[in-house]
Design a protein around this ligand. Sequence first.
Ligand code: SAM
Length: 256
Amino acid sequence: MRAYRDQHFLTDPRIVARIADILDISGRIVLEIGPGAGILTQALLDRGARVVSVELDANLIDKLSSRFASELADGSLAIIHGDAVKVPLPPFEIVMANLPYSISSPITFRLLDIGFEAAILMYQKEFADRMMAHPGTRECGRLSIMLQTYARANRCFDLPPGAFSPPPAVRSTVMWIEPREPLFPIENRQIYENIVRELFTRRRKTVQSTLKALAGTYGKEKIETVLKDLDPEILSSRPEALYLEDFATISNRISI
Ligand code: SAM
């Protein structure tokens, strides 16, 4: 039988209730990623949500199908067998999940791309810390900038490894995420995302040096104009010292 990573199941019903009670989900369509044995699924259904759960492991799909036979029959639950990063998803309003940590980044950005009202998601604590790192600090990276560009996020609470069976090697953090329009208008999202990626790929270089290296992508003339127009303080900074607004300014200069 194929072994799946990321199978650390919550066992304490009080912790499950704490997660499920963060938002009022009665009558709402909730997407759940990685239901596992169904402990959170049950809590979501108990609170009157209509649940769509996406699980990769066929073995667990069989168990979930027997456990929730009546909910599947009455339509309050739908189970999708597949990879949550790739499988087509039906409409949903809220997301709640004890995420498989190996897909934290692609699933978060896929969800933000699709759009939702609010999400309560559990991540590895270090990943959550990077999401929350303030622009202008050393901890700030591409993940922090991209998440904070497209969403507001808050830490709800941390959980020790002992809250799971089997216990993972890492601590976990439950996060509240709500999408928002970027605070600083972005002319071209593709260029913005590429600039953020390129700057952090060369995180020890200054903005000026990275922009010069991008002449092949955006054209020598365009880059020369941008270098002339941009604030010298931005040009001489490393990406970790920039604020959200600066990333928008740099990419907008390239976009127009
Ligand atoms: N929600 C359950 C709980 O809290 O007890 C299980 C959480 S466990 C950390 C993650 C679950 O995600 C596992 O059931 C695993 O099989 C499933 N999973 C792993 N990768 C997945 C993927 N790419 N798409 C959907 N489910 C996945």
